[in-house]
Design a protein around this ligand. Structure first.
Ligand code: PXG
Length: 296
């Protein structure tokens, strides 16, 4: 299915087998760069403007000057979809510090590397998980705090999440949940987290070091549009175990119910009614041209 994919690198398109960057690129050597994971649904790139804004905010924090305007970056994403004839796709946008030498000083890198990959993609946890929910455990590795390599920056440093994911893998569950340094619930490895208690929804604040997720933002608004009370506040592990419903949100995962945390069954162990309503509502939203930018 992916045969013939064309990958954008620095102004040119390359076949997948020839899409390569230098071993001196600081994105590889130091994880020095930023990225976005975006989805297109039936020819609408969901919240593309918001993803581009977040990319430039991440770049601003790490003092990386992206050599394209936001509008040029939007056009580059649309062009990549067009070149690959994709209406439903996962889009990975990567901007690295660029090629430097074997010292970490970013001043050695004169030109950022820009990469856009677009390819078909299924929901992260698979289609069955949408019906059944996923199992999780709370990982020993704490989310990097806001005064360190916080996940508020969507950087190429994902070891914090990868350590947690390894824990889920060896623990035989689908996904890991990270706590913040204090012990409050933060997020999944590439998903934000919500709980439902007595028909009210709660999600941890970004001050826990969670990514300000674009799906999270839209789901918070959707919950309010549906008439539910919605608040950002700290959540303890005990509150998580005893929630009526728990679910993840993310570009890759979309909305998926959490049915187990550290062997504690959540609710009745199936996606709950509010999670299901939000999933249905979200499915309608994603193809609405008002919620994104139409492909060319
Ligand atoms: N937290 C973290 C740490 C993430 O990386 C989310 C939350 C959800 O945010 P959005 O904006 O997507 O609702 C993410 C998203 C991948 C991949 O392949 C990762 C993400 C998104 C898409 C793909 O690793 N992370």
């Amino acid at each position: 299915m992916e045969k013939g994919l064309l990958i954008y690198i620095d102004g040119k398109f390359y076949p997948k087998s020839e899409a390569k960057v230098s071993v001196y690129d600081h994105g590889l050597l130091y994880g020095d760069g930023v990225f976005e994971g975006i989805r297109a649904y039936d020819g609408v790139v969901f919240k593309l403007k918001e993803h581009i804004d977040r990319l430039y905010s991440s770049a601003h924090t790490i003092m990386l000057q992206i050599p394209l305007t936001k509008n040029e970056m939007i056009q580059t994403v649309l062009e990549t979809l067009k070149k690959n004839n994709l209406k439903d796709a996962y889009i990975r946008l990567v901007v690295t510090r660029g090629v430097g030498d074997l010292g970490l000083d970013p001043r050695k890198c004169s030109k950022p590397t820009i990469i856009v990959i677009a390819q078909p993609m299924k929901p992260l946890h698979g289609v069955a998980a949408k019906e059944k929910g996923v199992t999780t455990l709370i990982s020993w590795v704490k989310r990097d705090p806001v005064d360190a390599t916080s996940h508020e920056i969507k950087s190429l440093n994902y070891l914090n999440s990868i350590l947690a994911k390894l824990e889920a893998n060896v623990g035989g569950v689908d996904e890991a949940i990270c706590l913040d340094k204090v012990g409050f619930v933060c997020e999944g490895v590439a998903e934000n987290i919500f709980i439902v208690k007595e028909k009210k929804l709660f999600t941890p604040p970004v001050s826990t070091g969670a990514l300000p997720g674009i799906t999270r933002n839209r789901v918070m608004a959707l919950a309010e549009e549906m008439g539910y009370a919605m608040a950002e506040r700290n959540i303890t592990p005990t509150e998580l175990f005893n929630a009526d419903e728990v679910f993840f949100t993310g570009t890759a995962a979309e909305i998926v119910a959490v049915r187990e945390v550290n062997k504690r069954t959540i609710g009745d162990g199936k996606p709950g009614p509010i999670t299901k309503r939000l999933m249905q509502g979200f499915n309608k939203i994603v193809t609405d041209p008002k919620e994104g930018i139409k492909t060319i």
